[in-house]
Design a binder for this molecule. Sequence first.
Ligand SMILES: Nc1ncnc2c1ncn2[C@@H]1O[C@H](COP(=O)(O)OP(=O)(O)OP(=O)(O)O)[C@@H](O)[C@H]1O
Length: 248
Amino acid sequence: MSEELLRLEDVRKVYGRGRGEVTALAGVSLGFRRGSFTAVMGPSGSGKSTFLHCAALLDRPTSGRVLLEGRDLTAASERALTRMRRQRIGFVFQSFNLLPALTVVDNVTLPLRLAGRRPDRRLVDDVIERTGLASRRRHRPGELSGGQQQRVAIARALVTRPVLLFGDEPTGALDTRTALEILGLLREAVDTGEQTAVVVTHDPVVAGHADRVVFLVDGRVSAELTRPTVEEVAGRMTRLGAWGELAG
Ligand SMILES: Nc1ncnc2c1ncn2[C@@H]1O[C@H](COP(=O)(O)OP(=O)(O)OP(=O)(O)O)[C@@H](O)[C@H]1O
């Protein structure tokens, strides 16, 4: 097993053409070690979502390469990418993205059914137990608090045992205490050695849980911090110039 699970090599992403052309990623090269937790930060428009989409195989770079477990996926077919996403990648979004008509158990097991896999009861029970949802199995999302809904989203992301876990502001809609619980779950997923997490965030507290923080500015990696404190992250953010909405 290679130490490096995911690698982006000189990834560029250009939207539009001619005068309307926007370079969202201007050559990003980054490696992600197995069992690591990386936070990606940057001002609004710096390319964080674009980075996430390219790294998570949701979108193709204009140029450059994305390698998962050493395999170059740049030229893979849509079908192969979809299969890879379903089998190897889990997602947690700010807005939970749960299906309101389904119970907690059915939401959690949905990715397995989508992948044509029969849910393994022991594995499902284990994930539901770990995320603290055992007493909520038959509830629907509308009957749960925001924190509980995000627990369901995390359980759903973990149930396929993905090697890679991507988060897009996973604690953005939660109060501080609940956000810390959710971060604890992500940290645990990484520390048990099964997952590698990459989380886009504006929140220095989230970044303070990461092993590494990567700062994007204008589509490039402008700085990296290793195991920073929340204060170090916040200090770097203020020095990185136009952090627009955060200053307000
Ligand atoms: N589909 C698209 N078509 C054209 N331009 C786009 C598209 N998606 C993103 N962009 C542009 O690419 C740049 C990077 O956008 P991106 O959403 O990756 O930034 P971000 O750092 O995630 O911003 P935010 O923090 O505000 O969500 C921006 O200038 C944006 O306007």
